[in-house]
Write a protein that binds this ligand. Structure first.
Ligand code: F0G
Length: 351
């Protein structure tokens, strides 16, 4: 009879909420930390996956959105706006429904996965496809929230980071301490900022005995932090992280440097290889951007950068169902059979 109450109730004392904050929740958080057998064997380490696709709208964004929408409601906002590569808009749209608010979302035209577009549509968001990339959408969203009565719920809103830091709390609560290394995909760099904040807070208060090294991975065609310069026309099949000018750039560098970590890139080919490995060998179906963390871990292991025996957590940020095109692409078409057991058995290789 007792279920997980959502991150605000579970971590109330560590979040900027008060008794008068209306809690807008879909019971996000409390996601599985799954031991990854094949990745552990490959790296000689103890690897776990933090499966954020198990959140209510299918991505980690719900942790930040419960905070952003609750605070917006507390402040009397009637409408919220975000720029998004898809997941933020899906989450904003759902939480706005819960709050009785209007949501507006700005997405880069033709560059968001169909599942995410479907979520924004079915939750009744007002959607504008912008003739530009995510970075252009964010510029526009900031301008609109500065000049019109609409609250910005992108991760440049600090309460989003507050909500997302709870994933680090959950990991420490589950493992008894922070891992040696935490691996994440990096797009706008809000999430790596949030995890680092969460780990630091737990260590400062003695809940954890240490902090992990933070490892972030960008897609090669969209790797401004790795290159040290803005990427004007970012490209990658991992549309969720197709971002050329991350808003939390400096915070990502701080997370890397303060933790003794690294930020590197992985190619689309490496991302797809990790995507297939996760599904076919670990039983965990994630979207391509999410596989960037695992692709990065495998790349680092091949480069000899991963000492065996360490405890490593990879966050897989979004559910594979959001963008199933890559699961279907290149896979053999299922064969059609008549309603006949002998034929079916033969086609299945059972005889
Ligand atoms: N993985 C997924 C599935 C994402 O949707 C995102 C970001 C990231 C990783 C990267 O996280 O931006 O905090 O570094 N998606 C944003 C969006 C940009 O609009 O949904 P980040």
């Amino acid at each position: 009879t007792h279920q997980w109450r959502g991150i605000i109730e579970e971590y109330r004392d560590r979040l900027p909420v008060s008794d008068s904050t209306p809690v807008v929740t879909l019971r996000e958080g409390g996601t599985p930390l799954v031991p990854a057998q094949v990745l552990s064997e490959r790296t000689g380490c103890e690897v776990h996956l933090k499966v954020e696709g198990a959140n209510p709208t299918g991505s980690f964004k719900d942790r930040g959105m419960t905070m952003a929408i609750s605070k917006a409601k507390e402040e009397g906002a009637k409408a919220v706006i975000c720029a998004s590569t898809g997941n933020t808009s899906a989450s904003a749209a759902a939480y706005a429904v819960r709050a009785g608010m209007v949501s507006a979302v700005l997405v880069p035209q033709g560059k968001i996965a169909l599942g995410k577009m479907g979520q924004a549509l079915v939750h009744g968001a007002k959607i504008l496809q912008v003739d530009g990339n995510f970075d252009d959408c964010l510029t526009l969203a900031r301008e609109l929230s500065d000049n019109y009565p609409v609250a910005l719920v992108n991760s440049v809103n600090p309460v989003r980071i507050e909500g997302q830091k709870t994933a680090a709390f959950e990991i420490v609560d589950m493992l008894g301490d922070a891992p040696d290394i935490h691996v994440l995909p990096v797009g706008n760099a809000g999430n790596i900022t949030a995890y680092w904040k969460g780990y630091r807070e737990y260590a400062a208060d003695g809940v954890a005995g240490r902090t992990p090294r933070m490892w972030g991975f960008q897609a090669s065609g969209s790797a401004p932090i790795v290159r040290g310069e803005v990427v004007k026309d970012p490209s990658t099949i991992a549309t969720a992280i197709r971002i050329g000018n991350p808003a939390s750039w400096s915070h990502a560098l701080a997370a890397r440097d303060e933790s003794g970590g690294l930020i590197d890139e992985v190619t689309d080919r490496e991302i797809l290889r990790a995507y297939r490995l996760l599904a076919a060998q670990e039983g965990v179906f994630v979207e391509p951007a999410s596989a960037a963390s695992v692709a990065g871990l495998l790349k680092a292991a091949e480069q000899g950068k991963v000492d065996p025996g360490q405890r490593i957590v990879c966050t897989v940020t979004g559910n594979g169902l959001k963008d199933p095109d890559w699961a279907v692409a290149g896979a053999p078409q299922p064969v059609t059979v008549p309603v006949d057991a002998a034929t079916a058995a033969e086609r299945l290789g059972l005889v």
